[in-house]
Structures are given as C-alpha cells and as structure tokens.
Design a protein around this ligand. Structure first.
Ligand code: FAD
Length: 391
C-alpha cells in the first residue's frame, strides 16, 4: 500500500512502536497538566535517538540518519497519533542549519542538536507580527563584535526546555537597515527573561511564554548566514514544517478513526452497533475518505521533494498539504467527539484531547488563510500547471 519500500516500512514500524509505547501515558500526563517526570522524559528522548527517530531531517554529513522526505513524513505521521506532545521526543532541528552553520556554530550548537544534547526554540512571533512576519519590531544593532537585541517575543515554544534560541529581528543601522537577521542566543543569557507563561488549550510539557530581550548582547559569531537573510531561513523552515504539520494531522486522524471505529462496533444503540446506524456510518465513511485523500496528497508532496521538484511549486504544495490535512483532521476530530457522545467530551477520551490539540494546526506555521493566500497567489502568478503539475 502507498508504494513504500522496505526501508520506509522499517522506519515507519520503529516510529509506530515508539508511539504505541507512549500512548498509555496520555491520560496521566493530561491530568498532570502535560508534565512528564524528568526520568520518563529522558527515557523517551534516549529511546527515540537509539531507534534512529531523532533529527530524521539531518544529513549524514552532520551525524543525522539522512532520511528521505517521505521517511521523515512517515515518522512525523506516527508522532501525530499520540496526544499531549508525548511523541515530540522524535524531534527535528531546523534542516537549513546543516547548510549554513559556520564551523563555530556547527561545534557549539548544530552537532550537539543532532546528537540530542542541545534543544532549540524559535523566537519570531510578536504581539503585532505573526502572520505578517515582515512587521517584526524587535531590533538587532551591531556594536563592535556584538549584536544588541531588544524586543518582546510571543509563543516561544519549548523555551522552558531549550538550550538556545533562534531570534529573528530587524536590523538597525548598517548596510541592511530594516532587513531581518537570525541570531542564536544561548539560554540562560543576561537580558533574556520570560515575562509571562500563558496557559494554552493543550497540556504538554513544552511551554510557550512571552519572552523579553532587554539589551541582549551576543557575539557576531552567533549570526546565522548573513545580515538580511533572516527571512530566507524562516521561509525554508515553513516549507519543511508545514509538511510535518500535515503528517502529524494525518497520524492524528488515523488514531481517531481507529478508536472511533472500535467504539462504533462495540456500542450498541437501539439493538445494533452504532456504526450500522446510517447517520453515524456516514460520518465514519467521510472521515476515512478524507484521511485517504490527505495521506495520498501528503506522500505525493514528500516524493516530489525527494525527486527534486521545483522549489516554488513545492512551497505551494506544502501549503496545500498543510491546509488540507489540518482542516481534515479538525473535521475528523469533531465527528469523533460526536460519535463518542458524552464520552467524547471527557478529557480521558482521545477524541476530546485531539479536538483541542488539533485546533492549533490551523493556526501555527501560517494560519489556513495564509496557506490559501500562498496557493492562490501562485495560481494567479505562475498558473495552475505550475502549482498542480510542477510544469
Ligand atoms: C501554541 C503555539 C505555539 C507557537 N509557537 C511559536 C514559536 O515557537 N515561535 C514563534 O515564533 N511563533 C510561535 N507561534 C506563533 C504562530 O506562528 C502564530 O500564532 C501564527 O503565525 C499566527 O500569527 P498570529 O497569532 O499573530 O495571528 P494574526 O497574524 O494576528 O492573525 C490572526 C488571524 O487573522 C487571519 N489573517 C491574518 N492575516 C491575514 C490575511 N492577510 N488575510 C486573511 N486573513 C488573515 C488568520 O486567520 C489568523 O489566524 C505559536 C503559536 C501558538 C498558538
């Protein structure tokens, strides 16, 4: 099925086995507000590395497993089957890091990140700059051999667990005044402070605080790429991560359909299984059909990446995959809650957790509206054949 090779199936099975082993912890972790004990988190982390499921997007040249895009998708698809971020142990550092890191950056951050010894976080979004990244107000000013960063970042995922941050800021002064830079900031670091840690709909170990940068000084060696290139890396990250969001949504939908089908077989209402009542049967069939369409699309985009398809076409197709798979998963979760009935509204039920957790997939890494804008803009500028056939 889906034309997977023996190697593809091997890594898919390894990821499936790992995720199956963490699923039994979901309810306990949910009730504990998402927090895992340090020992359990460390065991998951070590096992993900041992199984070759860590940094799957990293080439062998930096010590990664050198997986194909399709294999990365297969791993992240399994990741999506668990709630409460329990499978986030199969972590992927930014893939562009391997291409642009200087020798210093490679030794200090990249290689340790690939080995799983250091973990990064991203500080890009601000109170008034989210969808429109170009509206960033945070600044970076060159002062001798240092950059000085000032600003406030929102939703900094994993800040509480990270060893270093990528901070995107607008340059003040110099030849690239007003353009963006990406700088690395070690944590903890003088002048970097979590202002507030809001609570979100999901319950996971990774927090998303608002983080202030007050006169934060970092050496010029911490500049990623060149001045003015900040947006390039963010765009590159989006292309990769949008596909991985799509993969996790496909995995989530698979889990929901597995669980809700079992329930619809066992629960008897008016003398017959719930799934034999036509209105419920329709919901099951719609969910399975949409999942099949989403997965087919997802694997096709991954294969196009592996085949070296046109970058712009892939940008649009990654947006289409993220848009369709995240919206599909939202519909599947909604139907699953409905089929589970009152049980589906209990936090101990997977459908209730997925219903909440999947909502953000339509918001982060570019909201659905932004994905539609990207696709429509390419249709208008490059034509349907470029977007749909890569012609
Ligand atoms: C749980 C969580 C974790 C996150 N983690 C990180 C992180 O680690 N690092 C980081 O930098 N950011 C992070 N983000 C931020 C995330 O990427 C942004 O929330 C997202 O890009 C949307 O930006 P915004 O929230 O500012 O929404 P806005 O830009 O204020 O948009 C609000 C809504 O308006 C609509 N909209 C916006 N622009 C348009 C338009 N041009 N046309 C039509 N409709 C439009 C969309 O529906 C959008 O959802 C995280 C967010 C969440 C919720």
């Amino acid at each position: 099925m889906y034309g997977l090779s023996a190697d593809d199936r091997r890594i898919q099975e390894a990821a499936r086995g790992f995720v199956d082993s963490v699923i039994p912890l979901e309810v306990e972790v949910e009730m504990a507000g998402g927090v895992l004990t340090k020992e359990v988190a460390a065991e998951h982390h070590a096992r993900a590395i041992e199984l070759g499921l860590y940094a799957t997007n990293m080439p062998t040249s930096v010590g990664g497993p050198g997986c194909t895009a399709l294999q990365q998708v297969l791993v992240q698809e399994q990741c999506g089957r668990a709630t409460n971020g329990l499978a986030w142990a199969m972590h992927t550092p930014p893939q562009w890091w391997a291409d642009v890191a200087t020798d210093y950056q490679r030794e200090r951050w990249l290689l340790p990140a690939v080995r799983g010894e250091k973990h990064e976080a991203y500080a890009i979004t601000e109170e008034f700059a989210g969808s429109d990244v170009s509206a960033l107000q945070a600044t970076a000013r060159r002062d001798g051999d240092e950059y000085v960063i000032d600003g406030v970042k929102w939703h900094v995922t994993s800040y509480n667990l990270a060893d270093y941050l990528f901070v995107q800021a607008r340059l003040v002064g110099g030849d690239y005044e007003g353009e963006h830079v990406l700088l690395v900031v070690d944590l903890p670091w003088p002048g970097v402070e979590a202002v507030r840690t809001p609570h979100y709909s999901h319950h996971i170990a990774d927090e998303h605080p608002i983080v202030a940068f007050n006169g934060v000084r970092v050496p010029v060696q911490n500049l990623v790429g060149a001045e003015g290139e900040g947006m390039t890396f963010t765009q590159d990250w989006f292309r990769f991560e949008r596909l991985m969001v799509a993969a996790r949504c496909v995995g989530a939908a698979q889990r929901l359909i597995d669980e809700v089908t079992s329930f619809a077989r066992e629960r008897v209402v008016d003398g017959k299984p719930l799934g034999e009542h036509q209105l419920v049967a329709g919901m099951l069939a719609d969910s399975a059909t949409e999942l099949f369409a989403a997965r087919t699309m997802l694997y096709e985009v991954a294969r196009s990446i592996d085949a070296g398809a046109d970058r712009k076409t892939l940008h649009a197709q990654a947006s289409m995959a993220k848009l369709y798979c995240s919206e599909m998963a939202g519909r599947v979760a909604d139907r699953a809650v409905q089929i589970f009935g009152g049980r589906g509204y209990m936090r101990e039920n997977v459908a209730e957790r997925m219903y909440r957790e999947l909502r953000v997939e339509r918001i982060w890494e570019g909201a659905s509206e932004i994905q539609r804008i990207i696709v429509a803009r390419q249709l208008m500028n490059r034509g349907p054949a470029a977007v749909l056939e890569g012609a």
